[in-house]
Design a protein around this ligand. Structure first.
Ligand code: F0G
Length: 466
């Protein structure tokens, strides 16, 4: 059977609309060919992100009603803390309003100017938070993780050789921590194996440097370990999580992913001194240590979501749904980064639109065309997001890959809707050479992909006459 089994039935639905092609064309024009600026009411299937877009369960909605809004030491915090300790096993649990707040707090305390943080691949907010304190974010993913056509089980793994070289080059004193992002979002949602975590952890111990996880999609990563790694098939998801986290000294977490909520995050640490310093900063920036920028009800929903995400039936459905979208795209000849990720498919726009050079943003062209053709919103992960000037040579540097991420929200869309997405992707492929490149008409100095405006090169719009 090609249908991953949904371990739930639908109790509440939200009406969505398909707006006409003329309306979509007008929206796209107004948005400067940047789908971040298209109103969500004009979107049919929204695959911009899997972050904060999950459908909550009846038990989570129930937890919102019974959440305890006491300013200090609420019952909901006790539930949040004990659930997290049970899964992650760290001594100190610090709530934050989302993942990047946890990163900001951790790096403010641990890093200073000139430091270096190795990671498999930093997510963009993680990189920005490292750089914000004047430190350098260094990506050390294994070489397989950089080859979009290679089928391999753990392309999120960190290269030990690259990690070693980082220590040789910068010295132990400049590296206050090593991070591992599970799954590796910026590298295609690819998992990290338990064996790789063990190796990295052993090396960190040898160097006397703490290993900290970016744990956003930890349960999806654990599922891949259970399914793909030798000797792990008989372990439960919870056992794998505990084994994995026991190898590190803490984690940052955006609860907007694998805690199945719309807002929330946390930071876990073993080191009591570090936890105390972070907590003092938390009170200044986020809130009292038992709510950290969240309502009591949010904490309660996170705790319940963390219990639900460990369900093997849920994970089989979740990752099966993304894999199935990949199979549909294969049938239709749409190229994507291999293999399908845990939370998303990353279309390969260089392969799909080889006639558009990187200076003309092929992945952004594909993204705009997905909206124009079918009201599908994806996100560009290519030159619009990552093109930059080399500070030494002054030349523009383009990213190795031009990707279009189709991130699948958790428990939100049906197989039918994702089949529709695959067909729209195929329709864009068929347009092929008729699609024209884009040029920028406005860009801010940093993180330009969110607000930049563009226009098609040539007078006929995004699609040239046949
Ligand atoms: N780390 C990773 C690996 C992420 O994917 C994200 C967010 C964050 C940290 C930051 O968490 O948004 O709660 O502050 N990723 C979203 C995405 C935005 O679309 O991939 P946050």
């Amino acid at each position: 059977m090609d249908f991953p089994f949904e371990p739930y039935r639908i109790k509440v639905v939200e009406r969505i609309h398909r707006v006409s092609r003329e309306e979509r064309a007008a929206h796209l024009e107004r948005a400067g060919f940047n789908v971040f600026k298209v109103p969500s009411d004009a979107i049919y299937v929204d695959l911009l992100t899997d972050s904060g877009t999950s459908a909550m369960s009846d038990l989570q909605w129930g937890a919102l009603m019974t959440g305890d809004e006491a300013y200090a030491c609420s019952r909901s915090f006790a539930d949040f803390e004990s659930t997290i300790k049970d899964i992650f096993g760290y001594a100190h649990v610090i709530p934050t309003h989302q993942g990047r707040a946890a990163e900001g707090l951790l790096f403010s305390v641990m890093l200073k100017e000139g430091d270096v943080v190795p990671n498999n691949i930093h997510f963009d907010t993680t990189r920005a938070n490292v750089e914000h304190v004047g430190a350098t974010a260094l990506d050390c993913v294994c070489d397989e993780g950089l080859d979009p056509t290679l089928e391999a089980p753990f392309k999120g793994n960190m290269s030990l050789a690259k990690l070693r070289r980082a220590f040789e080059r910068y010295g132990r004193e400049r590296i206050p921590l090593v991070m591992l992002t599970i799954t590796n979002n910026s590298g295609g949602g690819q998992p990290v194996s338990l064996a790789n975590v063990r190796e990295v952890a052993a090396f960190c111990r040898e160097m006397g440097v703490p290993l900290v996880f970016d744990a956003c999609r930890f349960a999806e990563n654990a599922w891949f370990i259970q399914q793909r790694e030798a000797g792990c098939a008989d372990k439960t998801i919870l056992e794998i999580c505990r084994e994995m986290f026991a190898l590190g000294e803490g984690c940052t977490m955006s609860a907007k992913k694998d805690a199945l909520v719309n807002i929330g995050g946390f930071l876990c640490l073993n080191d009591p001194e570090l936890a105390r310093e972070v907590t003092n900063l938390l009170i200044l920036r986020e809130g009292f240590p038992t709510y950290g920028g969240l309502a009591g009800r949010d904490l309660a929903a996170v705790a319940q979501g963390l219990r639900e995400v460990l369900d093997p039936d849920y994970l089989a459905y979740r990752i099966g749904q993304v894999a199935r979208l990949g199979r549909r795209l294969d049938e239709l000849g749409v190229p994507f980064l291999r293999p399908a990720g845990g939370h998303a498919i990353y279309l390969d726009a260089r392969k799909a639109l080889p006639h558009i050079p990187q200076e003309e943003f092929p992945a952004q062209v594909f993204t705009a065309a997905l909206y124009l053709e079918g009201g599908v919103r994806a996100v560009e992960i290519g030159s619009l997001m990552f093109e930059h000037k080399d500070p030494e040579t002054g030349r523009m540097v383009h990213p190795a890959m031009e990707l279009v991420r189709l991130a699948v929200p958790r428990r939100v869309y049906t197989h039918t809707q994702l089949d529709y997405v695959a067909e729209i992707c195929a329709r864009v492929m068929e347009l092929g050479k008729r699609l024209v490149g884009l040029e920028i008409t406005y860009q801010p100095p940093a993180l330009r992909h969110f607000t930049a405006s563009l226009r098609p090169l040539g007078a006929a719009g995004l699609i040239r006459e046949a």
